[in-house]
Design a protein around this ligand. Structure first.
Ligand SMILES: [Zn+2]
Length: 149
């Protein structure tokens, strides 16, 4: 289950921001090239977050498509396929970009228990957690990968 490696970076970022607040919901945007399955992400998240402020959080995964430009006919399109063929002419000579980001989009906290019941607070975060999760050894040693491994 490769979703685990994504969750480590995300949970780390969430916990760093949450401090003592309890997290209700986490929204992440993950590029389609990572092929993350939302249900598996939730499961992995629960395992990684266990015992911390985000232990009971629900996750919402939004898949980001790649942007592509056809080299044959110039058609621009987006695709969920990391290696798409052109939607207009069928050419395989397509330049694809994006679709590789892992972004913590927002965190929603549980209301603090108290005399007044507050509403859940959502905090927009838009933190780039990782781009190339399958980092090379050199990048991992430089600490670019999630938790360095
Ligand atoms: Zn084309």
């Amino acid at each position: 289950m490769h979703e685990m490696s994504y969750c480590e970076g995300v949970v780390e970022a969430v916990e760093r921001r949450a401090g003592t607040r309890r997290v209700a919901r986490v929204r992440v945007r993950i590029g389609t090239v990572h092929r993350v399955v939302p249900a598996a992400f939730q499961q992995s998240f629960e395992m990684v977050a266990a015992g911390g402020p985000a232990a009971d959080a629900e996750t919402e995964v939004v898949t980001i498509p790649i942007s592509a430009v056809c080299r044959e006919c110039g058609e621009r399109f987006t695709s969920e396929d990391p290696a798409p063929s052109c939607v207009a002419c069928g050419s395989l000579h397509v330049d694809a970009s994006g679709g590789d980001e892992v972004i913590l989009e927002s965190i929603e906290y549980r209301p603090e228990p108290g005399p007044e019941d507050g509403d859940a607070q959502a905090e927009p975060t838009d933190e780039v957690v990782a781009r190339h999760v399958h980092a090379t050894d050199d990048e991992q040693q430089a600490g670019i990968g999630p938790r360095g491994w």
